[in-house]
Structure formats: structure tokens, C-alpha cells
Design a protein around this ligand. Structure first.
Ligand code: GRF
Length: 187
């Protein structure tokens, strides 16, 4: 059984979906949820799911020593970023080289980079008049949204879309495809 660490900063619907999906099989389980935001709704989800929560501040994250120790103590095989907003620091990318995966709610390299997260991404896609958007699942290195792409899946942008309706459609793609890519990485 492989051990997953899910990092989230906000709502955490992907974190919950991954936890529930993997709990149904014996390939992996979400061993802990890591969060940088004491107000994030993912904290309530972790409690409800009975999954340990590790809350950390900026300093603890940037230096990463205690975090890396905690990840090793829990025998984490893969770090899964799911709506996590801070750039992963070098001590962490070094300790988990090739074993950190992220999901981005658009088709990179378009609509990526600093500041491109959450609703800002969907607003930018609509403002650009795109006819399709989608998801990108990729490895993480030291630069935002620049690691090797593992999977992209697209969906249409509809003429009457709002950022919210587009976000919903993209979320469905995330729930559908993230567990499978993670499973492949663990293979
Ligand atoms: C997702 O769209 C993910 O792609 C992006 O942030 C959003 C997080 O949603 N990186 P949630 O917190 O999992 O609901």
C-alpha cells in the first residue's frame, strides 16, 4: 500500500475525492493532508475523513526540514498537490525528485505561471475568448507550472460560460483523471 501526501490551500474538493477514491482500493491511501492556510475548508474535510492534518506556516515550508522529516516519518511515496498555492521550495523538490505531481485547471503552457490559480485562471480563459480549456497534470520542479506534462484533457468553453460554470466543468475532469495518473505514477 503506497502512502500519499495531499497538499491543499483552499476548499480541497480534489483532496477529498482522492481520499475517498483510494480508500475504495488497496493501491494507495491518503496518509495525511498538508495545508498552509489555517482558514482553508480542507481542514474540515480532513477531520470528517479522519485523515491527519499537518498545518504549516511560510517559514516551516520554505526551510522544509521538519516537513521533509514528517513526510519521511509517514513513509510518503508521492506528494500530490491539489489546489496548493505556494511554490514548492528546493529542499522539498530535492527530497521528492520526480515524486511531486500537480494539477492545473487549464491547458498549460497557456494560463499558467504566477497568479494563475483558482478563478483567475477561468476568468483569463474566458477573457481570451478560448473555445476550449481543460486540465494539465504535471510533475513539479522549482518553476511554477513548468514540470513534465503527464496528461492533458480538454473540455469545451461554452458561449454562456461564467468562470463558475467553467470551473465546475474543469473540476469534473480533475476528479475523473487525477486518481488514474497518480495510480500510474505509483506503478
Ligand atoms: C483545482 O481546480 C486545481 O486544479 C487548482 O485549484 C483548484 C482546487 O480545487 N490547482 P479544490 O480545492 O480541490 O476544490
Amino acid at each position: 500500500m503506497k502512502q500519499l501526501a495531499v497538499f491543499a490551500s483552499g476548499s480541497g474538493s480534489n483532496a477529498e475525492h482522492l481520499a475517498v477514491t483510494f480508500a475504495q482500493g488497496d493501491i494507495a491511501r491518503v496518509a495525511a493532508i498538508y495545508c498552509n492556510n489555517p482558514k482553508a475548508y480542507v481542514i474540515e474535510r480532513a477531520a470528517k475523513l479522519n485523515i491527519p492534518l499537518v498545518l504549516f506556516n511560510r517559514d516551516e515550508f520554505v526551510h522544509a526540514e521538519s516537513l521533509v522529516r514528517d513526510l519521511h516519518d509517514r513513509q510518503i511515496d508521492l506528494i500530490v498537490l491539489a489546489g496548493f498555492l505556494w511554490l514548492v521550495p528546493e529542499p522539498l523538490t530535492r527530497a521528492f525528485a520526480g515524486r511531486i505531481v500537480n494539477i492545473h485547471p487549464a491547458l498549460l503552457p497557456k494560463f499558467g505561471g504566477k497568479g494563475m490559480y483558482g478563478m483567475a485562471v477561468h476568468q483569463a480563459v474566458l477573457a481570451a475568448g478560448e473555445t476550449e480549456s481543460g486540465i494539465t497534470i504535471h510533475l513539479i520542479d522549482e518553476v511554477y507550472d513548468r514540470g513534465k506534462i503527464l496528461l492533458q484533457v480538454s473540455c469545451p468553453v461554452l458561449p454562456d460560460d461564467t468562470p463558475e460554470t467553467l470551473a465546475d466543468r474543469v473540476h469534473q475532469l480533475e476528479y475523473q483523471h487525477y486518481p488514474g495518473v497518480i495510480e500510474q505514477m505509483l506503478g
